[in-house]
Design a protein around this ligand. Structure first.
Ligand SMILES: NC(=O)c1ccc[n+]([C@@H]2O[C@H](COP(=O)([O-])OP(=O)(O)OC[C@H]3O[C@@H](n4cnc5c(N)ncnc54)[C@H](OP(=O)(O)O)[C@@H]3O)[C@@H](O)[C@H]2O)c1
Length: 208
């Protein structure tokens, strides 16, 4: 199965590295092909233009800042029927909060932009270093909360996340990105502003 990842920064490279290790064929893409090639070499992936990467992929991960999503999606070309994973937290530039929320979410706005794509919100509560350090922390396996409106797309994302070694929690429809993004913000606040570090993640406990 081929995974296209648009954005080769902390998250794009981290997801790529882990996906390659567990046997996926990964193509990294971004706005600078030479930089994508360098990042791809570091993690054992291939590099291509966004449109080329998307054309051959079953799963597409959008790993750019939310503010860059519109431009990145234009460069990605035809996303019709593709499973598109939105991992973003729509952060203010000073990380003090989110730029949108409550009445919409980055996930829903990205779904409007990515015409025909089957958008699933996922991984936004997972810090980038977890991908290289591994998802098994004291107290359990880091969960990936995933939300979307297409059952088959959600199932693909669940399988992808679990193959990467994560636990998964079905968070319902894409509208629930409105709650997952503030949860991502809380994670960032605990990890950075309040000094908890990035080897942490939110989870959901149940008695049985
Ligand atoms: N870091 C985390 O721990 C974490 C955790 C959960 C979710 N997230 C989310 O994951 C996303 C990526 O975060 P990150 O930490 O990986 O950011 P990052 O390290 O700054 O990387 C961002 C990537 O996006 C690329 N990019 C920017 N504008 C672009 C455009 N118009 N077209 C294509 N690519 C473009 C950048 O390429 P250039 O080098 O060309 O600028 C870079 O490769 C964000 O939405 C963030 O909210 C991050």
């Amino acid at each position: 199965m081929q995974i296209a990842i648009i954005g080769y920064g902390n998250m794009g490279s981290g997801i790529a590295k882990r996906a390659v290790v567990v046997g996926y064929s990964v193509v990294l893409a971004g706005r600078d092909l030479a930089a994508a090639k360098k990042a791809a070499e570091r993690v054992g992936a291939l590099a291509a233009t966004p449109a080329e990467a998307v054309a051959g992929a079953e799963l597409v991960v959008l790993a750019t800042p939310y503010a860059a999503a519109a431009n990145a999606l234009v460069a990605a070309g035809d996303l019709n029927n593709r499973v598109l994973i939105d991992i973003s937290n729509p952060l203010k530039p000073d990380f003090s909060g989110l730029t949108i929320g409550q009445t919409t979410s980055a996930g829903e706005e990205i779904a409007k932009l990515a015409r025909g794509a089957r958008v699933v919100k996922a991984f936004n509560t997972v810090f980038a270093p977890i991908f290289s350090e591994g998802p098994d922390l004291k107290g359990g396996t880091v969960p990936v909360f995933y939300a979307g409106d297409d059952a088959a797309a959600k199932e693909s994302v669940r399988q992808f996340a679990e193959r990467l070694g994560f636990a998964t929690i079905d968070a319902g429809g894409l509208v629930n990105a409105r709650m997952l993004e503030p949860l991502g913000m809380l994670n960032i606040t605990l990890g950075y502003a309040l000094g908890g570090g990035t080897s942490t993640a939110p989870t959901w406990l149940r008695r049985a």
